[in-house]
Design a protein around this ligand. Structure first.
Ligand code: C2E
Ligand code: MG
Ligand code: MG
Length: 714
């Protein structure tokens, strides 16, 4: 057996105690070898032979270090040499390589032989410590594994996005991960041992009440509990965050409860997003007013409360008059701005317990909850109409838009929210038909009219194709000379089922459906054709006045249409007068001015119809190139009895004279009215006193009849 440090064969010392020593050492359970300073064995005992698997002959003279496992050898020899240098005992542990190459963990105790003289310098014991060593190694491995596991848990807990907080059985914080530290504002070291409520301070975000301690509940019920739905965590510095998650009880090895673990995460963003989504679902994107969905909910709630408190609920259905024309002529962005401005005004007119909703398009609904009498709804409607008499300043323009309002009252008019809505809608159409800029309460008979409306619309299309329309002509008479100075063309519809229908029964429907454009075009062409025909027949013709509705006036082809009709029929433009209402012109006064100038340029005459019923601004009136003002018949009707009306009519006549415009009084029915108008120097009159509107052939006869005074009803 060769090995470090030297392979020296040294005889066992001749000494008296040899036999005694041999006997003792052979009885020892420890392996014993005696070596020289280099490590060569001079004696080995029986236990050593057993440990090493070598015989005495094999061991003697060989260096004991040959049995050191190569991985341990350098270390052990270093220790050995150090011990030799200091002549001190030494102890080491290493893996012993047995003869059969198996390994035995051994401990060697080495001591110098103090009485010896070299070369028998050291006596060494070797002890098999494999069992202990293996146990130690197993323990070490277990410790490492535990450490690894703890470390893994720590890293895991700190790297997950959720906050984790544990509390003990007494409800005191025992651990927090980094997210929990950040979210609560408490460093773990400071939080440990404090009551959970102090560190994990949670409230109900809606009621602002303190939420129950989830750990207490989880422990008490021994199950996982979720946090309250609107849970809000208040950080140490007061900052709030919406949180979500759960708390579970913790059990020890024996299955005993040991506390609770609460896992939570910030849901502020998703909760805010959810709130936003639900807001969007219930509000109009443009005006941010409640939409139909929310309105339906509020109506149901208002009705339920009204029933209990014996109150009433009013629904006001509003439609902006002529909004479509603004949208079509000025563009959608102006239209949107107008809607926003309208929404603002509506809100300003109601209490904050009322609901203003945008139904879509230019339709709005106002819900007045808990009213005592229907009259309150009328007040609101009047306030709204007054509010809308002021122009809207949009993109540097003054836009006028009026409202038509229908009102329905629960429980008087309807037994449910749905019917109340339908009825308010129906009443709104009646307000429109009645000339717009007004409000109407629902009446039961309106429903049958609504059904009729529908059939009228489909019949109108047919009427256009079948040429069922005819024009009647009503003369305008000079109040001094009694001469016919003009004629107004008024449309009639000869319907197969309903007979002769007047414009009041179908014009608004034609306007709503857009059919007014082809119908109006037909009227214009027919009036011009007829007048030219009379002229060609040698009759003393007068200018023919044609009514133009807002939709036609705002239509992009309007000017072209007029030009074409005049060219096609050959009528001189001065024989055509166009009647427009103030409201049509005032919707967008600037745009109107340019269209009016273009018409004027063509040589066409212009009249303002129904003067006094709409809103007009005098400054615009001066700017519009108007030839004729037609005083609305509502003022003429009560001239004799209503001093206000008399004053208004006088003022309008005076004003028109100043503006060098001709004044025509509409609806002159009595001699008293005639005398009044003559005294005020009104230029002309139109009305049943002179003539009803007549079919073309009858009017032609009238044209041929010389004027006679005083004018008697024709
Ligand atoms: P308007 O332009 O103010 O026409 C005058 C209306 O007063 C006519 O009603 C006429 O028949 C009526 N009237 C005339 N004299 C008297 C009178 O002494 N007393 C009373 N109570 N009424 C009188 P009509 O023909 O039913 O037309 C009503 C409205 O329909 C017209 O009012 C006009 O705004 C519209 N309209 C008529 N024809 C057309 C048309 O071809 N196109 C358009 N867009 N609208 C038309
Ligand atoms: Mg007219
Ligand atoms: Mg009129």
């Amino acid at each position: 057996m060769n090995g470090d440090p030297a392979d020296l064969r040294i005889p066992w010392p001749e000494c008296g105690g040899e036999n005694r020593f041999r006997a003792m050492s052979d009885a020892s359970p420890l392996g014993i070898f005696v070596s020289d300073e280099q490590g060569a064995c001079v004696y080995t005992n029986a236990a050593y032979h057993q440990l090493s698997g070598l015989t005495a002959e094999q061991t003697l003279g060989t260096n004991w270090s040959a049995a050191i496992h190569p991985d341990d050898r350098a270390r052990v020899l270093e220790e050995w040499r150090a011990a030799l240098r200091s002549d001190a005992p030494f102890r080491t542990e290493f893996r012993f390589l047995r003869e059969d190459e198996s390994i035995v963990w051994t401990r060697v105790n080495s001591a110098p032989l103090s009485d010896s003289k070299a070369p028998f310098s050291r006596v060494n014991t070797t002890e098999d410590i494999s069992e202990r060593k293996l146990a130690e190694l197993a323990l070490k491995a277990a410790e490492n594994a535990l450490f690894d596991e703890r470390e893994r848990a720590r890293v895991t807990l700190n790297s997950i996005g959720d906050a984790v907080l544990t509390s003990d059985q007494e409800g005191r914080v025992s651990y927090m991960n980094q997210v929990a530290e950040a979210m609560t504002g408490w460093p773990c070291a400071e939080a440990i041992g404090r009551p959970l409520e102090e560190v994990f301070n949670i409230i109900d975000g809606i009621t602002r009440h303190v939420d129950p301690n989830p750990a207490e509940q989880a422990i008490k019920e021994n199950r996982t509990v979720g946090l309250a739905p609107a849970c809000v965590l208040i950080r140490r510095d007061g900052v709030e965050s919406a949180i979500e998650d759960s708390t579970a009880p913790i059990h020890d090895r024996d299955g005993q409860q040991a506390g609770a673990v609460t896992v939570f995460h910030d849901v502020s963003q998703s909760r805010a997003m959810a709130l936003k989504m639900s807001h969007l679902a219930k509000h109009d994107f443009l005006t941010d007013l409640p939409n139909r969905v929310l309105l339906t909910e509020r109506i149901a709630l208002a009705i339920a409360l009204a029933q209990r408190r014996r109150k009433q609920v009013a629904l006001l259905f509003l439609d902006l008059d002529h909004f479509k024309y603004i949208n079509d002529s000025l563009g959608h962005s102006i239209g949107d701005m107008l809607l926003l401005s309208a929404a603002e005004r509506l809100l300003a007119c109601v209490r904050n317990t009322d609901t203003v909703c945008r139904q879509g398009g230019d339709e709005f609904v106002i819900l007045l909850a808990y009213i005592d009498q229907a009259q309150e709804a009328a007040h609101v409607a009047e306030k709204l109409l007054a509010e809308f008499s002021r122009p809207h300043l949009i993109d540097g323009r003054e836009l006028y838009v009026t409202l038509s309002i229908g009102i329905s009252i629960y429980p008087d008019d309807a037994s449910s929210g749905d019917t109340a809505m339908q009825n308010a809608d129906t009443a709104m159409y009646h307000a429109k038909t009645a000339g717009r800029n007004s409000y109407k309460f629902f009446r039961a008979d309106m429903n049958s009219q609504a059904v009729r409306r529908q059939s009228v619309e489909s019949n109108l299309r047919r009427a256009l194709l079948n040429e069922e329309f005819v024009l009647f002509y009503q003369p305008q008479v000079d109040l001094v000379s009694s001469a016919i100075i003009g004629a107004e063309a008024l449309i009639r519809w000869r319907d197969v089922d309903f007979g002769l229908l007047t414009p009041v029964q179908f014009i608004s429907i034609a306007e709503e459906s857009g059919l007014i454009v082809p119908i109006g075009h037909w009227v214009l062409r027919e009036a011009c054709r007829q007048t030219k025909a009379w002229q060609d027949a040698g009759l003393p013709i007068v200018p023919v006045a044609v009514n133009i509705s807002a939709v036609e006036f705002r239509h992009k082809d309007f000017l072209d249409g007029v030009t074409r009709v005049l060219a096609d029929t050959g009528l001189e433009p001065r024989y055509l007068e166009l009647e427009l209402t103030e409201s049509i012109l005032m919707i967008d006064a600037e745009a109107s001015t340019s269209v009016l100038h273009a018409l004027k340029h063509m040589g066409v005459q212009l009249a303002i119809d129904d003067f006094g019923t709409g809103y007009s601004s005098l400054s615009y009136l001066k700017r519009f190139p108007i030839d004729t003002l037609k005083i609305d018949q509502s003022f003429v009707r009560d001239l004799a009895t209503d001093s206000d009306d008399a004053t208004i009519v006088s003022a309008v006549i005076g004003m028109a004279r100043n503006l060098k415009q001709r004044v025509v009084a509409e609806g002159v029915e009595t001699n008293e009215q005639l005398v009044f108008l003559q005294e005020r120097k009104c230029d002309a009159g139109q009305g049943y006193l002179f003539s009803h509107p007549l079919p073309a052939e009858d009017f032609a006869l009238l044209l041929c009849t010389p004027p006679h005074r005083p004018h008697s009803p024709l």
